[in-house]
Design a protein around this ligand. Sequence first.
Ligand SMILES: [Zn+2]
Length: 237
Amino acid sequence: MYVWFNNKWAAITIAAATVVVSRLIYATIKYVRSRKSEKEVLNILIFNELSGSCAAKHSQKAPFKCRNKYCTKSHIQSIVHQIDQAQYCIDIAIYTFTIIELFEALKRALRRGVTIRVISDHEMICSSGSKVSSLNRLGVEVRMPRTTAMMHHKFMVIDGGARVDDLWLRDRKSKPRACQSVVVYGSSNWTLQGFNGNCENCVITSDRQMTGQFQAEFDRMWKSFEYSSCNVKACIK
Ligand SMILES: [Zn+2]
């Protein structure tokens, strides 16, 4: 009787300990994963007259580790990297956009099934080399203000929290995986002049307040410009 009693309590103790330990391991993995996915992003890109000083070295075939902290190529790569991380949605408000590397990254995002929306300026939408019109040709909806006021913003929200939730509620395809909202904003248009010649800045951050406010303003503009969808066929070339 005594042995049976001891075995019974030993089994209960082992079972309870197993449950506690497994829950502890699960909680630890969950915590580590959430910390990893929420690792803060803050990258301040400065462009100035030194930004293109390393351009010749980049054009060489030999591998080259650039140490120019104002480097145009490295800075564009930093923005490309963020676009390549997008899982659900990218919202862009840009006055002028001609940089090919960013366009190629956005095309890759489209191929991954990322939803892209663009707001741009009615004067610049069909200007020479405009990648806004190129995106429109690929099926990306583009809207613009209906007034004569300029749409002079230069920002992009990647996987904005509110937008991810909206898409999930709309499509209900699959529950969103954990993803990080990032905003890219600054003074520069997405042009070679902006990134390689002008004194400009561009900030990449995952700050929750900033991503939230930029997303809210994009959503407000998108709704406000509801009847101003661009069709590049209407552009005068
Ligand atoms: Zn460089």
